[in-house]
Design a protein around this ligand. Structure first.
Ligand code: SAM
Length: 276
């Protein structure tokens, strides 16, 4: 199976026109300028929206002089929030061309094109300049990337000495039942979901030091079930604005994630580290 075709078909990444229809509901046309804060409710594809990004910015001490590399940047929500809130410069690398195109368009319309550079490519092979970044960040993208050791070796090289790493990702807390394993692969595209220790070891193998892994499961499990309940409660109104197909795709994604967390097999992790 071609990974790229498969990742584009998972329900989080279909119906990308939902962003413009969400903006249309605010009276913002398809080519209109946008204030970054108008996008934040629509463009964060991880847990705890912009709070999660602010925590990273604080931890890494980002400011206007910081050069940040984001891996798996989606439609650009975290990159724009970092640039808007700290003034830093972000290079945002995204695999899927259609997702990348949405990200680049939104960033231009927000007037953040001078601080956020969107690149389209695979983090395992796209050229990344050595020692060019003060920090690397990633939210809920590493789980999609099959060779984590190779990824982290490349990212360690991309950081200047002392540069920081901040990653949030899914993890495995107990073996998955057969159907859950299938859903993790086919609905979530979780191709590198492992125990927390294995993930931390991959960072150390790439010469990251001071690796601290924090289990987020107790926080994310109730978050995912509340997210599903809120989604279902808003069914009629969302489907009116975006169509039943868009509603159903995200409901499927949210339901599978909530069930995998509830099963006790899926968990969440935050990993911070730095290079020497
Ligand atoms: C769940 S989304 C999160 C997006 C963004 N980090 C956020 O939190 O809003 C994960 C993103 O990683 C991207 N991705 C997956 N594999 C990748 C790879 N090998 N290189 C770059 N991006 C990748 C996916 O296409 C997807 O847009």
């Amino acid at each position: 199976m071609n990974d790229r075709v498969a990742i584009e078909s998972i329900p989080l990444y279909t119906h990308l026109d939902r962003i413009n229809s969400g903006l249309a509901a605010l009276g913002i046309g398809a080519a209109d300028p946008i204030r970054p804060d108008q996008l934040f409710p629509l463009d964060q594809w991880h847990y705890h929206d912009t709070d999660a990004i602010r925590a990273a910015a604080n931890h890494l001490g980002l400011g206007p002089a910081s050069r940040v590399l984001e891996i798996g940047s989606g439609i650009g929500g975290p990159a724009r929030y970092l640039a808007h809130s700290t003034g830093c410069h972000v290079t945002a690398l995204e695999l899927q061309p259609k997702v990348h195109a949405v990200a680049a368009d939104l960033t231009q319309r927000c007037g953040l094109g001078g601080r956020v550079l969107h690149l389209c490519g695979d983090a395992l092979s796209h050229p990344i300049q050595d020692a060019a970044f003060d920090a690397m960040v990633s939210w809920l993208a590493v789980l999609h990337i099959p060779d984590r050791r190779r990824l982290y070796a490349r990212l360690a090289r991309a950081l200047r000495p002392g540069g920081g790493c901040y990653v949030e990702d899914l993890c495995m807390r107990a073996p998955f039942a057969v159907q859950d394993q299938r859903d993790l692969r086919d609905i979530v595209f979780g191709v590198s979901v492992t125990g927390i220790d294995e993930h931390a070891d991959d960072l150390r193998a790439a010469d990251f030091i001071d690796v601290v892994a924090t289990d987020q499961t107790a926080d994310w499990a109730p978050y995912t079930s509340a997210r599903l309940a809120a989604w279902q409660a808003n069914h009629a109104s969302y489907a009116r604005a975006h169509g039943e197909g868009a509603y159903a795709a995200q409901e499927l994604f949210y339901a599978v994630i909530a069930r995998l967390f509830a099963s006790g097999s899926l968990g969440g992790v935050r990993l911070v580290a730095r290079v020497a």
